[in-house]
Design a protein. Structure first.
Length: 143
């Protein structure tokens, strides 16, 4: 299992996100039968990141939501779910996850998160922030 994980990680690091997602998905499935040395959070986060970077946003959302059921205080999963929801055009749903990521993991410092956009109300002059999503979720995370 460790060799397969290293292979999947190498695929991810070389930008082969779809291939990494396929390998990681198989590893997550296998971990149900053959428990890994540690928990599966890191493995599932890398799978979710692979889905995110290969624009498989529905899958990225499902994996990150499952991680948060098991570990609601996982800051990076909150960040990734927030970014995934933003890319799907769902900023109101993204907002609490991005706020939690900032609170738990400091992901709001140094511009790592875009400004929060509030819902435009009738009569408002506009929306706060520029609506830009900022850098991809995986950049500089150390995971």
């Amino acid at each position: 299992m460790a060799e397969r994980y290293q292979r999947a990680r190498g695929l991810f690091e070389h930008g082969e996100y779809r291939a990494a997602a396929e390998e990681l998905s198989a590893l997550v499935d296998a971990s149900a039968y053959e428990p890994p040395l540690h928990g599966t959070t890191e493995l599932r986060l890398l799978l979710a990141r692979s889905y995110y970077h290969s624009a498989q946003l529905g899958r990225a959302e499902r994996v990150t939501r499952a991680i948060l059921v098991d570990d609601p205080d996982e800051a990076y999963a909150n960040l990734l779910l927030g970014r995934t929801l933003q890319r799907q055009g769902r900023p109101a749903e993204a907002r609490p996850h991005l706020a939690m990521a900032e609170l738990l993991g400091g992901y709001g410092d140094a511009g790592r998160l875009p400004p929060l956009v509030r819902d435009e109300l009738p009569g408002d002059a506009g929306v706060e922030g520029d609506g830009e999503q900022g850098p991809s979720a995986g950049t500089g995370s150390g995971r």
